[in-house]
Design a protein around this ligand. Structure first.
Ligand code: G3H
Length: 540
């Protein structure tokens, strides 16, 4: 049954037309630099959807459009525009009253909301995310913008007062850093890009945005919203390969903060290119190999349910996904039996079909890579436990539960970022703890159990190894007001709604001796509203 479903997963043209309609290809040619939407006439990159169309025996990825492959010249124009708009902190945007910057961001959010249907449709077609998760990504991003505005108002209220300490009067606020280069990942091309871009902008930075390799076209319905909502040069959008566009930006030394979500290898290369790396503020979301540890007294149904969501939501393509599962040897057979059953119940299909969880993968070489991981584990003694596990049909890879995994196998360390679930049996709790200690990654862990004594004994060492210990639930980023970060090779900087505002700003203060002359100067500036910084006004 599973095998025939996998073999027939892709629709015919007629079926697509009947269910959701074929996407009109988007030949993206417009790009935004210095407040002007330019038209690209140079080389382009074609975009193919992970969705294939079946035609007799053949299945082919649908071509959904193309985007510009810009060059160093456009990269430098975008940089010049962002640098000029910042103007050493004297530009309109960095000196603007916070309440006015908020209005620009709110204007953008309301224009963005008008594009919901189109952006969600593009998320489905470009990266294969199912409709429920694509809608969630959009709505969560809009909510994040509203929460960011609230957090900034709160921050501003706290900063709208003077502090008098040891005979010095001071006003301390947060000031922008300069030009931000923003690069999000393909798995959350909208959310993870905007959760750095929006805080950077609202704090008064100017920005250059470069979308990831997959998830590019979904920006096109929002380019006009960016143009009309922000002053020229505040947001600049580049399309093309990171390899051509980022070296000129980074080597210029004129990027002040880097918001990058991707691999540590790419992050390292970017950082090395900056001539004065100490000047660069880095906010990085990198790899992770989050383990789940299922203890002998765990609620098995709950653990399986959470590990399924943790390892297979968006086909395991989340940095927070559970990517390896340690199960106590006394319950491992029951756990595997329940897990296999749960996989069987997951609906496979096209992203727009309601209730579908497992969908095709956007990266062309991913099914081959995942097959390589499974074959390597099999050669070293593991088995694929579920029927159909690891079967590939074009861009679709059916989840493979691989057991027993050991440290000789690539799956033990490599971040699969896809639907392969390695399971390791353990007798002593020291086994998974040692795995975490020796790992290069340190984002999160999930532990499943009931004994408070045992759980507490794990929590204390684990919080010093990872940044979030989840008890009886999957690993995840949300709620967005919680800090999202990681240790070791997993992250640099912390992103929550309020932390992100801090990440893209620096504290700056105005200080003066508490003497009559200074008091009268400060009073005059404040009373006459002569400064946006030195002010006791606050936004309600
Ligand atoms: O890919 C990393 C994402 O930030 C994970 O977010 O845990 O809400 O899916 P999520």
């Amino acid at each position: 049954m599973v095998l025939s479903e996998i073999a027939n997963i892709f629709p015919t043209l007629e079926e697509v037309l009947k269910s959701c309609g074929m996407p009109l290809p988007i030949e993206q040619r417009e790009y935004l630099i210095n407040g002007v939407i330019h038209r690209w006439e140079g080389e382009t990159q074609e975009v193919f959807s992970p969705v294939c169309i079946k035609d007799n025996d053949r299945c082919e990825r649908v071509r959904i459009g193309s985007f510009p492959l810009m060059t160093e010249k456009e990269a430098i124009s975008a940089l010049d525009a962002a640098v000029a708009a910042y103007d050493n902190g004297r530009g309109l945007w960095p000196t603007m009253a916070i309440s006015d910057r908020i209005k620009h961001v709110q204007q953008f959010a309301s224009r963005m909301k008008e594009q919901r249907t189109e952006v969600v449709r593009l998320i489905m077609w470009e990266i294969g995310k199912n409709i429920k998760d694509a809608e969630k990504e959009f709505d969560r991003t809009v909510d994040y913008i509203a929460d960011t505005v609230d957090a900034l108002k709160e921050l501003d209220r706290v900063s709208s007062r003077f502090v008098i300490e040891q005979g010095i009067i001071g006003q301390i606020r947060r000031a922008p850093l300069g030009v931000t280069l923003c690069m999000g990942p393909y798995n959350y091309p909208l959310n993870e890009t905007f959760t750095t871009l929006i805080p950077a902008l609202i704090m008064g930075n100017t920005a250059i945005l470069k979308p990831p390799r997959h998830g590019v076209l979904l920006l096109s319905p929002m380019i006009e919203a960016f143009r009309s909502s922000f002053p020229p040069g505040v947001v600049n959008i580049l399309f093309g390969s990171g390899r051509s566009l980022t070296p000129p930006l980074m080597t210029s030394g004129r990027i002040d903060s880097l918001a990058f979500i991707g691999t540590s290898k790419a992050a390292n290369a970017l950082l090395k290119e900056h001539p004065k790396p100490y000047r660069l503020r880095s906010i990085l979301g990198l790899e992770a190999k989050n383990p789940a540890i299922v203890l002998s007294d765990a609620d098995l149904n709950l653990s399986v349910e959470e590990c399924i969501a943790g390892s297979l939501t968006f086909n395991g393509q989340r940095c927070t996904a559970i990517k390896i599962i340690f199960v106590h040897e006394s319950i491992v057979s029951d756990f595997i039996a329940l897990f296999i059953n749960a996989i069987k119940c997951l609906k496979i299909g096209m992203p727009w079909e309601l209730g579908v969880m497992l969908t095709p993968l956007p990266e062309q070489d991913k099914p081959g890579y995942l097959t390589g991981l499974v074959e390597d584990a099999k050669k070293l003694g593991a088995e694929v436990m579920n029927v159909g596990g690891g079967v590939v049909n074009g861009s679709f890879f059916y989840p493979a539960l691989v057991y027993p995994v050991n440290e000789q196998m690539r799956l033990y360390r490599e971040e699969q970022f896809g639907p392969v679930i390695p399971i390791i049996p353990f007798a002593e709790i020291g086994t998974p703890i040692r795995y975490i200690e020796e790992s290069d990654f340190g984002q999160q862990v999930s532990i499943f159990g009931r004994d408070p004594q045992l759980l507490a004994g794990m929590i204390d060492p684990l919080v010093n190894q990872v940044s979030r210990v989840n008890v009886n639930c999957q690993c995840q980023r949300g709620p967005d007001n919680f800090p999202f970060t990681g240790r070791k090779d997993s992250a640099v900087g912390t992103l929550s709604v309020s932390d992100a505002l801090r990440a893209f700003s620096i504290r700056a203060l105005v200080a003066a001796k508490d003497v009559d002359l200074n008091k009268s100067i400060i009073s005059d500036i404040v009373r006459e509203h002569r400064s946006n910084f030195l002010s006791t006004d606050f936004i309600l």
